[in-house]
Design a protein around this ligand. Structure first.
Ligand SMILES: Cc1cc2nc3c(=O)[nH]c(=O)nc-3n(C[C@H](O)[C@H](O)[C@H](O)COP(=O)(O)O)c2cc1C
Length: 203
């Protein structure tokens, strides 16, 4: 093919009416939330699309070598979720369940760890995406760190789109103090917090 660099090649008009197109166009970062709890079904859906949804022994999130080196944590503030005590929970994709790792309201501490971003404090929940290098660097060496970051992006996009679909708001938070977030979640030093998603009803 001749690449003269003269005119661009026009493409057919994209279909803006597909489910995905509509979701994508409705997605926007939301940073202010109403003081309204989420129900457990909504939280379940968010966690499931983030890392739990398994099809043909693979998850809906692509993963280098299908190693799935990530963990997803749920930080619930007081009265944040109907039927769930405040605390930090580890999401367990295999059983699609939650395991309490820290009790007590984590919102204030997480807010401090995220350089006092109001969205983190206001949201009834925060979903924290964490990479576990031990699960991937043995295979890919240092490149494994890059792969964890990329996988966090896939998880994050799923959370954004699921929140949009359920008329909830969220924002990808990347500005935080890693050590502080580790302390809030009770994580080992090697674990890498990569992304935090406050989720709630938009104001
Ligand atoms: C890697 C990354 C880190 C981000 N960190 C923050 C953050 O710490 N705080 C925040 O309010 N927004 C953060 N954002 C959200 C961006 O500000 C937002 O996506 C951008 O302004 C575009 O707006 P939109 O998401 O509504 O399209 C981050 C986004 C990305 C991709």
């Amino acid at each position: 093919m001749e690449m003269s660099g003269k005119g661009a090649i026009g493409l057919p008009e994209p279909d803006k009416e597909t489910c995905l197109s509509r979701l994508l166009s409705a997605r926007r970062s939301v940073r202010r939330f109403r003081d309204r709890p989420l129900d457990l079904r909504t939280v379940s859906q968010l966690l499931w699309v983030s890392y739990g949804y398994v099809t043909s022994r693979r998850r809906v999130v692509p993963s280098a070598g299908a190693l799935y080196p990530m963990e997803v944590y749920l930080a619930v503030k007081t009265n944040g979720v109907e039927g769930l005590d405040p605390g930090v929970y580890l999401y367990e994709p295999e059983s699609h369940g939650l395991r309490l790792v820290r009790s007590g309201d984590p919102a204030g501490d997480l807010y401090e760890a995220c350089l006092r971003q109001m969205s983190v404090k206001e949201a009834p929940i925060n979903i924290v995406v964490v990479g576990v290098p031990e699960r991937i660097v043995a295979w890919y060496g240092d490149r494994g760190y890059q792969y964890m970051v990329l996988e966090a992006g896939h998880i994050g996009q799923n959370i954004y789109l699921a929140a949009t679909e359920m008329s909830l708001g969220t924002v990808a938070i990347g500005a935080f103090d890693d050590d502080h977030v580790r302390r809030v979640l009770g994580l080992r030093e090697s674990y890498v917090p990569l992304y935090i998603f406050p989720v709630g009803y938009p104001r």
